[in-house]
Design a protein around this ligand. Structure first.
Ligand SMILES: [Zn+2]
Length: 271
């Protein structure tokens, strides 16, 4: 195998932090090339700490926060698809898929990671990114798709494995309040978190050694948190066994399927 390369694709700066921050750091530490592609600069996010950003400069602030997080994880600087936060469901799908196909052809990852079909809690932007990335996985190897992109540095490429990052149902359960399922409020409407059962989860990455790195990544997204609840969540993370692992579902593979739960995104790819 050429140098192990991992590409993660998400919608907003900080989408990576809770679900895959430890995994990105772990593979970077194992000398993999790790890329993070983010569709927007998160300008529709709420400002947790008004001293850190204004509505006008939020896109620049969040871009810098994501750059800070990527440095913490030890991965390449973030790539942006340059779309507007909150509008991904109405973006021209072919154009967005083309941008991802180009990045896949340039970076040549063996492993691609994105949201599952539910986008963790049904966020329309997350679901759009899930769809684009899944289609890009299927098209990047086909020279007849987006042929105008092709150059010496941009060649058709078959990604070996596609993973969906998913929330284990135990973690969704821990986040529920007042007996109601955990949900994210968007425009006054609750979007329930979707948890996956142990039977559905194919891949568990142990990130115990990278918890502090993951925390540093999380702390970079300072405009999104209010400091008191962030400190509490941080302690929970360091204490709880569920936070010492990140969970995935293997959705496509050219190198077979695991018999049991696998513990390495590159299983079947290493010499
Ligand atoms: Zn998001």
């Amino acid at each position: 195998m050429s140098k192990p390369t991992l590409m993660a694709v998400f919608a907003h700066p900080d989408d990576e932090a809770f679900g895959v921050g430890g995994t990105l750091a772990k593979y970077a530490d194992q000398d993999c090339d790790v890329y993070l592609v983010t569709a927007t600069r998160g300008e529709a996010g709420e400002i947790g700490d008004p001293s850190l950003a204004t509505t006008a400069n939020l896109p620049q602030v969040r871009e810098q926060e994501l750059r800070c997080a990527c440095e913490a994880y030890g991965i390449h600087a973030p790539r942006f698809l340059d779309y507007v936060d909150g509008q991904l469901a109405i973006i021209h799908q072919g154009q967005a898929v083309g941008k991802l196909v180009r990045l896949i052809r340039e970076c040549q990852p063996q492993v691609l990671v994105t949201f599952g079909p539910e986008g963790i809690y049904g966020h329309y932007d997350h679901i759009a990114v899930h769809r684009w990335t899944t289609i890009a996985y299927d098209l990047a190897a086909d020279a007849s798709c987006f042929p105008d992109q092709l150059t010496d540095a941009c060649v058709p490429h078959q990604v070996s494995k596609l993973y969906f990052q998913v929330l284990p149902e135990e973690l969704a359960g821990m986040m529920s309040q007042d007996g109601k399922p955990a949900a994210v409020m968007m425009d006054g409407v609750p979007f329930p978190m979707v948890g996956y059962s142990q039977k559905e989860i194919t891949t568990v990455i142990n990130i115990g050694r990278y918890l502090e790195t993951k925390m540093r990544g999380l702390q970079c997204h300072a405009s999104q948190f209010d400091a008191s609840s962030a400190a509490e969540e941080a302690q929970q993370m360091l204490d709880g066994p569920l936070f010492r692992q990140e969970t995935f579902v293997l959705a496509r593979s050219t190198v077979g399927w695991p018999d049991g739960v696998e513990t390495d995104l590159f299983r079947g790819l290493r010499n």
